[in-house]
Design a protein around this ligand. Sequence first.
Ligand code: SAH
Ligand code: SF4
Length: 375
Amino acid sequence: MSENAPIATAILPTVNLFGLDRTALRALFAERGEKPFRADQVMQWIYRRGLDDFDGMTNVAKDLRERMKQWFSIQTPELIAEQTSTDGTRKWVLRLDGGNAVETVYIPEDNRGTLCISSQVGCAMDCSFCSTGKQGFNRNMTTAEIIAQVWFVAKALGSDFQNERVISNVVFMGMGEPMANYQPVVTAIRILLDDFGFGLSKRRVTVSTSGLVPFMDRLREDVDVALAVSLHAPNDDLRDELVPINRKYPLGELMDACHRYTQGKGPKAHIVYEYVMLDGVNDSLGHAKELARLLGNLPAKINLIPFNPFPKAGYKRSPSERIRAFAEYLRSRDIVCTTRKTRGDDIDAACGQLVGEVMSKQKNRLSNIAVQVSP
Ligand code: SAH
Ligand code: SF4
């Protein structure tokens, strides 16, 4: 072999660019002896123009494009199934390596489009009313897999990647507990917010957590995004039962963390508290009063979610009059309260109905494995 043979590039595995934020891609270009600003150009092609082939990146010299083909890949996910609800909500089942699949849901509204993405295959948190939780935990998703969902759906919707209204909002409310897959999720958030990435505004990216307190504090330090907290109960006894992570981080600690999250973020900063309405479980006026007391003066909005049923759930949705009375009480206490419109339930795409397709049937739940919940 001649001395100049490109052996190094031949044996390096290709890097999937969906997994790298701008800092990491700049560093990678520098490491390969290229100008770091190439990262900015390449990211714009991928996320602002929707390109997944290097030949089309015409502001990059041809020889560098050839080298990039050796070094990098842009791996788009494989579609397993797709469904559209009568209300326009769409759901895609995407294949991941290792025989797993996850679900991604798009909810179109008049002047915005919300994409609900998954961050784990299954979930270990074992919330008693959640179909994903009942399925157990299979594995964390990589940043590349998380980001590929957004790119894939933008393409599937025929977006030119420049119209900010097609996917205007991204919420981590699909399968999984995002704060239990911390670093890959934070890197994905950076790509969602980056002007050379998807360019979403910080108020339009929402992380929803069941309350992993140490990671909520870290999140505040690492990125600026909206936070939703799955509260679902106004006291520890009930929350221990519905959201078992409460046994590790009880309401006192959780509410303190919520207070810290918005502190110093300006007058508009608030947390959205999600509260699933379960018939006869957490939906009485007494619960509403307790909830108002718990929130006190915290900057808060409450989002009531009518329970979405799934086979063997063991719960029923609260009747609409009770949901209305609950909301009215909170409003009478000057708490902003909305009720989430049920979308996509005819295709099992509503909150808590996502199950993907998990090959391993092993039930890795909070109750029977030591889940890593400390940073
Ligand atoms: N794991 C994160 C985000 C995903 S779930 C979390 O728990 O916050 C998104 C929201 O749907 C959460 O508030 C969750 O508690 C709620 N949810 C789960 N199962 C549900 C169901 N069957 N009906 C209604 N909402 C549900
Ligand atoms: Fe996991 Fe969220 Fe479902 Fe709880 S509600 S099991 S944290 S996905």
